[in-house]
Design a protein. Structure first.
Length: 516
C-alpha cells in the first residue's frame, strides 16, 4: 500500500483571465507549474501581500520538486495570513509527503478550525490519524470526506487503506471496486485492489490485477528492454527472471523457477547481491547474478512477482514443496561447530539446548516497519523457558538493541558472520530447531528451507498472510501468531511462549513439522 497523501487545495473559484493571479491558478490546474510560478512572482512583485498569489506560488514551486522552498513560502504565508485555510491545508499536505505527520496533523486541524468543510484537510487529517495507528479515530474523518466527495478515488483509497490496516480486507475491497468503476486506469488503485483480492484468497482475480503494479510510477525493480514472457515454451532462448522489491519477495517467489525451467531454455536470475550465492543453488536457476558491472543477456524476461499471474496460480496450486532454498553443506558444518563452541557451557550438561534463531526488526525503510517489527526485549518470555537458547539472526538494523538489554537475558551472537550474505544465514538456520521472526526476509528464508518458523504478525499485516488463519499456503512449516490489538506484542509472545513450553517439554513434536 502506498502512504496516503493528498493533492494541493486549489481554490477553483479564483479561476479567470483578468489578473496574473488568475492566470497562475489556471496554469497550475493545467500542470504548467514553471509558468504558474513565473506569473505568481509577477503578481507578488506588484503586491507582496497577495495571499492568493503566495498560495499559488507555493503550489507551483512544490510541484517542481522544490519542497524546502515551498515550505518556506507556505510558512511565510501562514505568518502573514494565519486565517487562510488554504495555506494551512497545503502546508500540511507538503509535510505529509515528507513523513512529518505530527506537524501535518497540526496544520490540518488549524485549517479545519478556520473552515470545517475543507475536503483535503478532512481527508488528509483522517489519513495522518490512521498513519499513527488510531484507526477508529480516523474512520469518521475518512467517512466525512467520502460524504463530501463520494466519487473521489483518493477518498475511497484512503478509507480502504484504513480498513486494510485493521485486517478488514473484504470491506476495503468494496471501496476499491467503487474506485475502479470511477477510474479504471488508475494503477495505484488497481494494484491495491489486487492486494485485497489476494488477501481474501481470490487468486484468480488477484494475480492478473496485480500486474497493474508494473504501470505504477513508483514501481521498483529493473526495466528490461526485452519481450515479456507469456508463459509459453522457450527452447533455445534465455529467460531472465528479475527481482522487484525486498529480499523477502525474492525469496518467496523464486519457488516458481523449476516451473519456469520446465518450459525449456536457459533461466538466468537477476537478484540482490546478498542473495546471489544462496539462489545460485536453487532448482531451475542456471545462473544467478546481481548485474553489477554488466547487463545479463536474455531473449525474454519476467519479474519474479509476475510468475503467479503468468502460470495461473491459485491458492491450491501454490508450489509449496519445501525445501526449495538450500544451504551449502560445507557452510552448514562450519556453523554447526561455531554454534557448538558458542554454547559449550550448555553442552557440558550432556543435553543440547533447543536452539531458536531470532530476528526482531525488518528493513526500517519499509513503510509499515514500525508496525511489523517488534523489540528484542519482547522476546523475554521465550528466553525464560528452560532448555532454550536464543541465537541472533539479526543483521545490521536493530542489533544495537542487544546492548540495550543490559543482561536481562542471554543472546548468542555468532562470531565471524557476514550479515550481508544470505547463504551464511541459511547455513546457520539449518542448524536451528526453530526460527522466530517478524514479517521479514529471515522468515521467508526459514520457510523456504522447510525449517519451523513462528512469525509474530501485526494487525496491520500484508496481503500474503491472508486473514483468519495461523498457517500459510506458501510455507508448510510456518505458524502465524497474530496480534489481537495493534502493537500489543505482549499477548503475542505470551501465547508463543505457552506453545513453546509444550514443544520443549516434549508435548508437541515441532521437529515433526519440518519438511523432509
Amino acid at each position: 500500500m502506498e502512504a496516503m497523501v493528498g493533492v494541493e487545495e486549489v481554490d477553483e473559484s479564483l479561476a479567470g483571465e483578468t489578473s496574473r493571479r488568475d492566470r497562475a491558478v489556471r496554469l497550475a490546474l493545467e500542470g504548467r507549474y514553471a509558468e504558474a510560478e513565473a506569473v505568481a512572482r509577477e503578481a507578488l512583485a506588484i503586491d507582496p501581500g497577495d495571499i492568493d498569489a503566495l498560495n499559488e506560488l507555493g503550489v507551483a514551486v512544490w510541484r517542481q520538486d522544490r519542497a524546502e522552498e515551498a515550505e518556506a513560502i507556505y510558512r511565510e504565508a501562514a505568518r502573514s495570513h494565519p486565517d487562510d485555510y488554504r495555506v494551512w491545508t497545503n502546508l500540511g499536505l507538503l509535510l505529509m509527503t515528507q513523513d512529518r505527520d505530527p506537524e501535518a496533523e497540526a496544520c490540518f486541524r488549524t485549517a479545519l478550525a478556520i473552515h470545517p468543510r475543507v475536503f483535503h484537510a478532512v481527508m488528509s487529517l483522517g489519513s495522518v490519524v490512521s498513519n499513527r495507528g488510531d484507526f477508529d479515530g480516523a474512520a469518521p474523518m475518512l467517512e466525512q470526506a467520502l460524504e463530501m466527495c463520494p466519487d473521489s478515488v483518493e477518498a475511497l483509497q484512503n478509507a480502504a487503506v484504513n480498513l486494510v490496516r485493521q485486517g478488514r480486507w473484504r470491506e476495503a475491497l468494496a471501496l476499491y471496486d467503487r474506485g475502479v468503476a470511477i477510474d479504471p486506469l488508475n494503477p495505484d488503485l488497481r494494484r491495491n485492489r489486487a492486494y485485497a483480492f489476494l488477501a481474501t484468497g481470490d487468486y484468480e482475480q488477484g494475480w492478473p490485477e496485480h500486474e497493474w503494479r508494473l504501470s505504477h510510477p513508483k514501481h521498483g525493480g529493473v526495466r528490461i528492454n526485452r519481450t515479456f514472457w507469456n508463459g509459453g515454451r522457450f527452447e533455445g532462448q534465455t529467460l531472465l527472471l528479475h527481482f522487484e522489491q525486498g529480499y523477502g519477495d525474492t525469496l518467496q517467489f523464486i519457488r516458481f523457477a523449476p516451473m519456469v525451467k520446465a518450459m525449456g531454455g536457459r533461466v538466468t536470475l537477476l537478484c540482490q547481491p546478498p542473495l546471489v550465492r544462496l539462489l545460485s543453488r536453487c532448482e531451475g536457476v542456471d545462473l544467478a547474478c546481481d548485474g553489477q558491472g554488466f547487463e545479463p543477456a536474455c531473449h525474454i524476461h519476467a519479474p519474479l512477482m509476475s510468475l503467479p499471474a503468468i502460470l495461473g496460480t491459485t491458492v491450491e496450486t501454490i508450489p509449496a514443496r519445501v525445501p526449495y532454498l538450500r544451504a551449502e553443506p560445507a557452510q552448514v558444518e562450519h556453523w554447526r561447530s561455531v554454534l557448538d563452541a558458542s554454547t559449550s557451557d550448555d553442552l557440558k550438561t550432556g543435553v543440547r539446548p533447543f536452539r531458536i534463531g531470532i530476528a526482531w526488526q525488518g528493513q526500517p525503510k519499509h513503510r509499515a516497519d514500525h508496525w511489523r517489527s517488534f523489540r528484542l526485549a519482547d522476546l523475554e518470555p521465550i528466553a525464560r523457558i528452560p532448555g532454550t537458547r536464543l541465537v541472533s539472526l539479526q543483521a545490521e538494523h536493530g542489533t544495537e538493541q542487544i546492548a540495550g538489554l543490559d543482561g536481562r537475558f542471554p543472546i548468542v551472537e555468532l562470531p565471524g558472520r557476514r550479515a550481508r550474505d544470505f547463504s551464511e544465514t541459511a547455513a546457520i538456520v539449518a542448524n536451528l530447531d526453530l526460527v522466530i521472526a517478524p514479517d521479514s526476509a529471515v522468515a521467508h528464508l526459514a520457510g523456504g528451507m522447510g525449517v519451523p518458523v513462528w512469525m509474530g504478525l501485526s494487525v496491520a499485516s500484508e496481503w500474503r498472510w491472508m486473514t483468519g488463519r495461523d498457517d500459510s499456503p506458501w510455507y508448510p512449516t510456518l505458524r502465524l501468531f497474530r496480534q489481537s490489538r495493534l502493537n500489543d506484542w505482549g499477548d503475542v509472545f505470551g501465547r508463543m511462549a505457552s506453545a513453546l513450553v509444550a514443544v520443549v517439554e516434549g508435548g508437541d513434536n515441532l521437529r515433526g513439522t519440518r519438511a523432509a
